[in-house]
Design a protein around this ligand. Structure first.
Ligand code: NAP
Length: 356
């Protein structure tokens, strides 16, 4: 069990007005360890009250944050030691580096630094040992802060569902088709007339390439000061669908050691992940939940499993070409974004990398 900090740790949210930024604000509203003391966004929003700057998307805006004034994304004005970044990738590169240079710990959702050799691409249950890249990053870049990233939202669903199978049997090949929710495109995102009653078989920003590369780093091994990627070939096709929240991944995998669907389900069910017992506030009881119902997982019914922090896996069956097929689904703005960053920060506090 990790002891809570004596007083809450002040944190800032960069890109606080967007879809992921708002999810940070909601998840941090009653967080036992962290307290939002600064909200920052673009110059369009800077200087306004948060309640005026953010087009709030669901539920009630936490009162304390509603009154804060949005600032520019500048380490000279955001003085929190820890910042969560929900910045657009166009802004993230420069801004996140500026904060790390200024000695801050940056927990980033943006794609810019994820695949850099000295930056952890972290899922606490899967690869907590990759945090050992932080001193290497500091030495290489000459900054006293650090950048720690979480994956693309679909990668998160895929990597969590596959981690137990990779650890038990080894995965050599993956074919994956995703059905991705609208909130994954941010706000206002895809125009309603383009998506209502429709499927768009394309997502920009290199979505397929991210899914084809990020899981290899996440499932890779940290040795001799570097991550050796998992030896796995991935082919991804992505689709935007008219679902509010919840990305679905339909997968076929080829295993290094063959396994029956029952053996695979046992491996998924018995998997505890690397942070069991640490008592991290955002960690779900089970990061991977197996459903036996023939028509699940479904975003509408399963997206809030584990408060949005669990990935639900179902339809585990034999694949006539490779070895196994399965379907996984998870909440893209919680487990796939803000919740993932917060869990990363909680692990860093438990490891003494964030000080009270
Ligand atoms: P979004 O709704 O478009 O929000 C973007 C945020 O970035 C807004 O707060 C915006 O502020 C701010 N911003 C834009 N340009 C800026 C600039 N030049 N300087 C400072 N701030 C700037 O996007 P989102 O969906 O929340 O995504 C945020 C990040 O998370 C992206 O990098 C995205 O790829 C990543 N991500 C998203 C998801 C998801 O499910 N949505 C999942 C994983 C990762 P203003 O309001 O002032 O314009």
């Amino acid at each position: 069990m990790t002891a809570a900090p004596i007083r809450k740790i002040p944190v800032g949210v960069l890109g606080a007005t967007g879809a992921v930024g708002q999810t940070f604000i909601k998840l941090l509203a009653n967080h036992p360890w962290f307290e939002v003391t600064a909200v920052a966004a673009s110059e369009r929003s800077a200087g306004k009250r948060y309640s005026d700057a953010a087009h709030w998307l669901s539920g009630d805006m936490p009162e304390r944050v509603a009154k804060l004034t949005v600032t520019a994304c500048d380490p000279a004005v955001v003085d929190a030691p820890v910042v969560f970044s929900a910045l657009d990738s166009d802004a993230a590169e420069e801004v996140e580096a500026a904060f790390a240079r200024a000695g801050r710990l940056v927990l980033s959702n943006a794609r810019n630094y994820r695949m850099d050799a000295d930056v952890p691409l972290l899922i606490p249950e899967v690869n907590p040992d990759h945090l050992a890249l932080i001193p290497i990053q500091r030495a290489a870049r000459g900054w006293s802060g650090a950048i720690v990233t979480n994956s693309n939202c679909s990668t998160m669903v895929i990597a969590l569902a596959l981690a137990p199978l990779h650890q038990a049997f080894g995965i050599e090949q993956l074919f994956v088709t995703t059905l991705q929710a609208l909130s994954g495109a941010g706000y206002p995102g895809v125009p309603s007339l383009d998506i209502l009653g429709n499927i768009i078989p394309f997502i920009g920003g290199g979505e397929e390439e991210k899914i084809e590369s990020e899981p290899l780093k996440i499932l890779g091994t940290f040795e001799n000061g570097a991550v050796t990627p998992a030896r796995m070939r991935v082919s991804a096709q992505v689709n935007r669908v008219a679902v509010e929240h919840g990305h679905t991944a339909c997968m076929s995998v080829k295993l290094a050691s063959r396994a029956t669907p029952d053996a695979a389900m046992d491996a998924l069910r018995s998997w505890k992940g690397a942070i069991a017992g640490l008592g991290l506030p955002s960690a779900p009881e089970r990061a991977v939940i197996v459903t036996m119902e023939k028509d699940r997982p479904q975003p509408r019914r399963d997206v809030n499993a584990g408060n949005g922090m669990s990935v639900v896996v179902g339809r585990v069956r034999t694949d006539p070409m490779l070895d196994l097929r399965l379907v996984a689904m998870g909440h893209n703005t919680i487990r796939g974004a803000a919740g993932a960053s917060i869990l990363n920060a909680e692990l860093m506090f438990a490891r003494g990398l964030i000080k009270a």
